[in-house]
Design a protein around this ligand. Structure first.
Ligand code: HEM
Length: 62
C-alpha cells in the first residue's frame, strides 16, 4: 500500500528504474519461485501487469 517494502522490496521508481521492465512484468505475472512473491497470472493479464510496471516506474501513486 505504501510501496516502501516490507516482506518484499520497495517498489519505488528509484528502486526500479534501472531494472528491465519486462523482467518486472514477468515477476508480477509468474512470481519469484522460492520467495514470498506469488504469481498473479490468475488475476492479471500480461497487459495489466505491464501497465502496473509502467506506473510503478514513473509516478504512481502521485
Ligand atoms: C499486486 C501486488 C504485487 C505487486 C504488483 C508486486 C510487485 C513486485 C515486483 C515488481 C517485484 C520485483 C521488485 C524488484 O525486482 O526490485 C516484487 C518482488 C517481491 N515481492 Fe511482490 N508484488 C506484489 C505482491 C506481493 C506479495 C503479496 C508478496 C508477499 C506476500 C510479495 C513479495 C515479494 C518479494 C519477497 C519480492 C522479492 C523477491 C526476490 O527476492 O527476488 N509481493 N514484487
Amino acid at each position: 500500500m505504501t510501496l516502501q517494502g516490507g516482506l518484499g522490496p520497495a517498489l519505488l521508481p528509484a528502486n526500479l528504474h534501472e531494472k528491465p521492465a519486462e523482467g518486472l512484468v514477468a515477476t508480477i505475472v509468474y512470481g519469484r519461485p522460492g520467495t514470498p512473491m506469488p504469481p498473479w497470472k490468475q488475476f492479471l493479464s500480461e497487459a495489466e501487469a505491464t501497465w502496473i510496471v509502467e506506473k510503478l516506474m514513473t509516478e504512481f501513486p502521485k
